[in-house]
Design a protein around this ligand. Structure first.
Ligand code: GTP
Ligand code: K
Ligand code: MG
Length: 424
């Protein structure tokens, strides 16, 4: 396998830049740059030189022989001064060496997976961890990287094996004319297993965590949607004006409130008729948004918003005499009244719909495979023939194997590791 290298730290210029080299040629590359192999697993200060012997940089270098490394291969790490020309110089020197080439996105992690250092669920967690922008996303990804799901899947595989052993035993003891019998506890164990899997499938999903809890602001023109949108974001994201029909397109902004990922969506005012075709398109888009919403904040007449919407009296500083009886959340973006309270309520509400802090959230791929295993086992509960039950157990086992990547396809791996940046 070729030896790969890449800048693994952030974009230059920066205080330091870390170039990682992984593969059988890493040691030789280090010898060529630094003159000799330094002590293993210790930071050493060296002058790096190009093929002509001219100095490239003074660097801290690490020599990490495999297989006890993150990729499972020999690794050299070069901690350089983080200037563009320094990095370019070292990269040029590396590229000139035999058998070395730049790494593709996620290739270090892919090698870690190929060498059994991490399983597929852990690699997916790592991708999520690198993408995490909120505390809740980070904690969930950490659980996945730490093997929380992998451990659970191991346990499930163990349960399948135990059940399979009972089936095998029943088959062994049956003679040809006799109907083989499964022990009494088999049905209960299988039933409990099916319930456990369906509980897992009910949990909030990773995609929701990644996209954020979607809050759509909707209502008639000039209700104050954009003003509230800006107030919630604490940013002048949307244009506000006294003219009805100011907002025409859908405006989406991600934001973290108390560590919870939200996606706030401002929409065009909903009115039944407009002579303006562009505005009408905006209104249609706004309607669709309320269907996609996890929660709609309805800034319109009572009872006219979509089901489950929170009704908001958005200009609580005016007209209070008319609307004070309305059971609405009283908000005024003008005076700030009720904004902090609304934020708090939103956070409490979203927490219920998102994965609990530090808990594992299944992504679509993982959920699909658990659903497959669930269905196979659920079918088994309705069967009597141990041979057929054994077959269903095998199907479930295969789904669990695929979940942690014991069997995986190249396409799937390309898609996963392509999510990583270069150098990871
Ligand atoms: N007094 C008062 N005025 C408000 C408040 N919120 C918004 N307004 C005013 O109401 C007018 C309309 O506000 P927008 O936020 O543009 O309303 P909108 O619902 O986004 O309007 P469209 O995008 O046109 O549908 C503006 O002149 C705002 O200054 C409020 O809490 N109090
Ligand atoms: K307006
Ligand atoms: Mg608006």
């Amino acid at each position: 396998m070729e030896t790969i290298y890449a800048l693994s730290s952030g974009s230059p210029p920066a205080g330091i830049a870390v170039i990682r080299v992984s593969g059988a040629g890493a040691g030789q590359a280090l010898v060529q740059l630094a003159g000799a192999l330094p002590d293993k697993r210790r930071a050493s200060f060296r002058t790096l030189r190009d093929a002509k012997g001219l100095p490239l940089d003074e660097a801290l270098v690490l020599w990490l022989p495999g297989p006890h490394t993150v990729t499972g291969e020999d690794i050299a790490e070069l901690h350089l001064h983080g200037g563009r020309a320094v990095i370019a110089g070292v990269e040029t020197a590396l590229s000139a060496m035999d058998g070395l080439r730049p790494a593709q996105p996620g290739e270090f992690t892919r090698r870690a997976f190929a060498n059994g250092k991490i399983d597929l669920a852990e690699a997916e967690g790592l991708a999520d961890l690198l993408a995490a922008e909120t505390e809740l996303q980070r904690r969930s990804a950490m659980a996945m990287v730490g093997g929380a799901l992998s451990g659970q899947v191991e346990e499930w595989r163990g349960t399948v094996l135990k059940l399979s052993a009972l089936v095998e035993a029943a088959l062994d003891f049956s003679d040809e004319d006799d109907v083989s019998e499964l022990p009494e506890q088999f049905g209960a164990q299988l039933g409990g297993f099916v319930t456990e899997l369906s509980d897992w499938l009910e949990r909030p999903r990773a995609e929701k965590l990644r996209e954020g809890f979607r809050v759509v602001l909707a209502g008639p023109p000039n209700a104050g949607k954009s003003t509230l949108f800006n107030a919630l974001l604490d940013d002048d994201a949307a244009i506000i004006s006294p003219t009805a029909g100011t907002t025409r397109d859908v405006i989406e902004r991600p934001v973290s409130l108390s560590g919870i990922p939200f996606l706030f969506v401002d929409t065009a005012g909903l009115r039944l008729k407009s002579d303006d075709t562009i505005e009408m398109i905006g209104i249609e888009r706004a309607r669709r948004q309320t269907e996609l919403a996890d929660l709609t904040l309805w800034l319109g007449p009572e009872g006219e918003g979509p089901d489950g919407a929170w009704e908001i009296d958005a200009k609580a500083d005016i007209d209070t005499s008319v609307r004070k009886e309305a059971p609405k959340l009283r908000i005024s973006a003008e005076t700030g009244e009720g904004i902090a309270d609304l934020r708090r309520k939103l956070v409490e509400h979203a927490k219920m719909a998102l994965p609990a802090p530090g808990s594992v959230a299944l992504n679509q791929r993982q959920a699909d495979l658990i659903a497959e295993a669930h269905d196979a086992l659920d079918d088994a509960t309705r069967l009597n023939d141990p041979l057929l039950i054994g077959e269903q157990l095998r199907l479930a086992r295969r789904s669990f194997d695929r979940l942690i990547g014991q069997t995986s396809t190249e396409d799937m791996l390309d898609a996963l590791f392509g999510r990583f940046c270069i150098g990871k």
